[in-house]
Write a protein that binds this ligand. Structure first.
Ligand code: FAD
Length: 496
């Protein structure tokens, strides 16, 4: 069989590319180094608990509009995923007593925030209303490849105002827009945190397109948890891929992208096996793709330039905990953000992210118990060059520092802990196959919004990238967007 497209990696970006292409009749082979699909949206099981390795605040599982890309990707290959609506996106526990919930209902969220900043009532509404404008533009058009001129022309004629709106916002960052309407320094810090908690950079460096999407979709399609755990999304996509005639191989680590006269023509696996395909797609990070799978000394100039603009974000220290139900006070929400000092927002162990998915899907833990996944940014450099004893001690100390802080929200956590597993940046690097365990690219300095983020084609003919190292960045729905775009561009290139 001639393979049309070989996809390296079965993260959500890789799987959406693969399923979209298979649905169009292409012969697709996905090669995944690990035992299961999903990458950062995967899972693992211990003692009756099913833990999400990373993502758990899921956008894109809504029913309406065009931005529900996970729902659309699944239905394109005739599978579906039950979604459990989460009424509150985040419960923030921030400095200076700024304690508030981001309700699914937009007006309720605005009321909650305005209760803390009465003098900024108008500015708050104008800022978030402007985010809605971005979202309304995105949510009215089919989200496909911006590298395909015929598609661009078609959407422009169908939705000229939405397209002009997006062109206007593409070079802007959320911080600049926020400062147009808001003056209060503490409120601006809050906007920084609203961005940081998914972009891992403050508002000044967060593209307005991404901010508009997140700050509005949470009140539209909403945040939904996939029944059975986040890992189900990838499992379902694989089911759909196979139904559509595509193939996936696990424990198939690609070590080399093969080129002939500057064109990508195949891949080689760690066991020496070689596959040839008409198109090669890398779902690995850009650093892994251009520095590990291709000769680093031949890195294309545009990739060097990209690296001057973007750097690797930190990885995370993750605590996967099983706890007794009694730890969680009544009306506890699924997602929390904890920070005690604004100055530490972007520091290692500054912001703590918390997910308790069992509040939405109790079947993920034994009866009477819950899962608490707490994670906080950490750099790999702090975890290198340690003996195994030093590594274990460091892990244990860091974990207890986080648990001590969480006691403020969940009193008795320490005493009611049933299970604890700690993952460091080294764990993320090893199991997610991501250089330095990075969460993905972040701007080195303030850039012009999303303008410098690359699309799917690369300088090497026949080689495409997909996933969070490509436009529009991190997050499951964002990498699904990149998957739709990548498959669209390849389908046009293959004449499908
Ligand atoms: C702790 C944490 C929390 C997060 N929380 C959220 C959240 O709440 N909501 C949200 O939307 N997003 C969240 N994210 C981000 C989100 O999970 C990622 O942006 C997204 O899953 C990345 O998808 P991807 O397709 O780019 O690739 P990845 O998930 O990185 O998948 C790439 C796949 O490629 C495989 N691979 C790599 N190299 C090779 C090779 N050489 N050969 C074969 N296979 C290879 C890997 O094993 C992996 O399966 C979180 C991430 C983390 C780490």
């Amino acid at each position: 069989m001639t393979i049309d497209a070989i996809v390296i990696g079965s993260g959500i970006g890789g799987l959406v590319t693969a399923t979209q292409l298979a649905a169009k009749g292409a012969k697709v082979l996905v090669l995944e180094r690990y035992l299961i699909p999903g990458g950062s949206a995967g899972y693992f099981e211990r003692q009756g608990y099913r833990f999400d390795v990373g993502a758990s605040m899921i956008f894109g599982l809504g029913q309406n509009g065009t931005t529900n890309l996970l729902t659309r990707a699944l239905s394109a290959v005739n599978v579906s995923q039950e979604a459990i609506a989460d009424p509150v996106q985040i419960h923030y526990h921030l400095p200076q007593g700024l304690d508030l919930k981001v309700d699914w209902v937009y007006e309720k969220f605005l009321q909650n925030l305005t209760a803390h900043f009465r003098h900024e009532e108008e500015g708050i509404r104008r800022f978030y209303d402007e985010c809605q404008k971005v979202f309304n533009c995105l949510n009215s058009i089919d989200l496909l490849s911006l590298e395909e001129p015929k598609y661009l022309l078609r959407v422009f004629f169908q939705h000229p105002l939405a397209c002009l709106g997006l062109v206007k916002y593409l070079p802007q960052n959320a911080g600049d827009v926020a400062r147009r309407y808001i003056k209060d320094p503490q409120l601006l810090k809050f906007i920084d945190m609203e961005c940081y908690c998914w972009s891992v950079v403050p508002a000044d460096m967060t593209p307005m397109i991404n901010a508009g999407m997140v700050f509005s979709d949470r009140h539209y399609g909403g945040v939904n948890y996939p029944k059975g755990g986040v890992g189900q999304i990838a499992q379902k996509l694989v089911e759909g891929l196979e139904k559509a005639g595509g193939k996936i191989q696990y424990q198939a680590k690609v070590t080399k992208i093969l080129t002939q006269r500057g064109r990508a023509v195949g891949v080689q696996l760690a066991n020496g096996k070689v596959y040839h395909g008409k198109r090669i797609v890398s779902n690995a990070t850009r650093w892994d793709t251009f520095e590990q799978l291709l000769p680093v000394e031949q890195i294309p100039n545009n990739e060097k330039k990209w690296q001057q603009n973007y750097q690797k974000s930190p990885s995370f220290l993750s605590l996967h905990m099983g706890v007794k139900q009694s730890v969680l006070p009544g009306e506890t929400e699924c997602h929390h953000i904890l920070l005690e000092d604004w100055e530490k927002m972007t520091a290692a162990e500054g912001t703590v992210f918390v997910s308790i998915p069992t509040l939405l899907d109790p079947d993920l833990a034994p009866t009477g118990y819950h899962i608490i996944h707490a994670f906080t940014p950490h750099w790999i450099d702090d975890w290198q060059k340690l003996s195994s004893t030093e590594y274990e001690v460091k892990k244990e100390e860091a974990a207890w520092r986080i648990i001590d802080r969480l006691e403020k929200i969940f009193p008795g956590l320490d005493a009611e802990l049933d299970y604890l597993e700690v993952a460091t940046p080294r764990t993320h690097r090893r199991f997610l196959g991501r250089e330095d365990g990075t969460y993905g690219p972040i701007p080195r300095r303030k850039l012009q919004g999303l303008l410098k983020m690359p699309f799917n084609r690369t300088a090497i003919r026949g080689l495409y990238c997909v996933g969070d190292s490509t436009f529009p960045g991190q997050g499951l729905n964002a990498v699904a967007f990149s998957g739709f775009a990548c498959a669209h561009r390849i389908a046009v290139d293959l004449g499908l």
